[in-house]
Design a protein around this ligand. Structure first.
Ligand code: SF4
Ligand code: SF4
Length: 309
């Protein structure tokens, strides 16, 4: 029987997630809870319902088909109770406006690969391939490893976007079939990292050293990404700490900045969750071009090799 994985999206024609034109597979489930995460629907390791209230016309179709009483009419409007919902998807199939969306689907490696193979001609022409991201791909390492291994059988270039928050043996196994690697450094201070992401960074930083010291991917195919979240993780002291860590790697690693944006903010409400950075205590803002240029200049002055992928 084929191994199955839980994914929440397959995106075609990406040009920002590795060389050339790529197909992105988003694996569902992540041990981190970054405050700025723009794919919160990828965090939990099971299918779930997104409910966009602004699209709901209170037609009541969902209340008629829900076998659990999780969608009911109250005071002429629909009340959705996430606690009772089993994510069966019945309401999604009847909702006329797209107010309900089921995120997360169990799929076989063959099913994903057949989608990936459809764009083979683009990969060949552009030097592109398959990128697995998420969520966190290493949470489903058996599935991801098999997907990457099978892609390599077709000579497809493979990339992984990961936090490296996993045991080194898992990292090693997955990277056996990976040509190109993206890893985030969100903060170098373990306590601050815990506050911002829900986990300490010790495992992540030691895995970065491990990958490079064991040459698990070629250093020319290794990119460290720094999310720039203004007033949250980008004070000069924090950036200097990241630069010092990168310099200590003793390899000329490429570094890319990921500027903060709020494109995923609306998803939190649809998932029944709060967007933590909405709280004014964080004082976060979307960085301007000039703001990012000054950060780039600062990091470059500290010997960091910045690139844009
Ligand atoms: S997914 Fe199923 S259980 Fe959940 S609200 Fe819709 S119909 Fe009810
Ligand atoms: S079926 Fe869709 S539009 Fe109709 S009440 Fe339910 S969520 Fe709203």
């Amino acid at each position: 029987m084929q191994i199955k994985g839980l994914i929440f999206n397959i995106q075609k024609y990406s040009i920002h997630d590795g060389p050339g034109i790529r197909t992105l597979v988003f694996v569902k489930g992540c041990p981190l809870r970054c405050l700025w995460c723009c794919n919160p629907e990828g965090q939990t390791p099971q299918p779930e319902i997104m409910y966009y209230r602004n699209l709901c016309v209170s037609c009541g179709m969902c209340t008629k088909v829900c076998p659990r009483g999780a969608s009911v009419f109250r005071d002429n409007s629909v009340v959705y109770n996430r606690e009772l919902c089993t994510s069966c998807g019945a309401c999604v199939r009847v909702c006329p406006t797209g107010a309900r969306k089921l995120v997360g689907k169990y799929v076989t490696v063959d099913e994903v690969l057949s989608e990936v193979l459809k764009d083979m001609k683009f990969y060949v022409r552009s030097g592109g391939g398959l990128t697995v991201g998420g969520g966190e791909p290493l949470t489903q390492h058996e599935f991801v490893k098999e997907l990457l291994r099978r892609a390599k059988e077709y000579a497809i270039h493979t990339a992984v976007e990961t936090s490296l928050y996993a045991g080194p043996h898992i990292v090693k196994e997955v990277l056996r079939h990976t040509d190109y690697l993206f890893v985030d450094i969100k903060h170098v201070d373990p306590t601050k990292h815990l506050e911002l992401t829900g986990v300490s960074n010790e495992l992540i930083l030691s895995n970065i050293r491990y990958v490079l010291s064991e040459s698990l991917v070629d250093v020319s195919s290794f990119v460290i990404r720094i999310p720039i979240i203004p007033s949250v993780n980008d004070d000069y002291g924090s950036l200097r700490g990241i630069a010092e860590f990168i310099r200590s790697l003793k390899h000329e690693v490429s570094v890319e900045l990921l500027p903060y944006h709020e494109l995923g903010k609306h998803k939190y409400e649809a998932l029944g969750r709060e967007y933590a950075l909405s709280n004014p205590i964080w004082k976060v803002f979307i960085p301007s071009k000039e703001y990012l240029e000054s950060i780039s200049k600062f990091l470059t002055s500290l010997g960091v090799k910045l690139v844009s992928t």
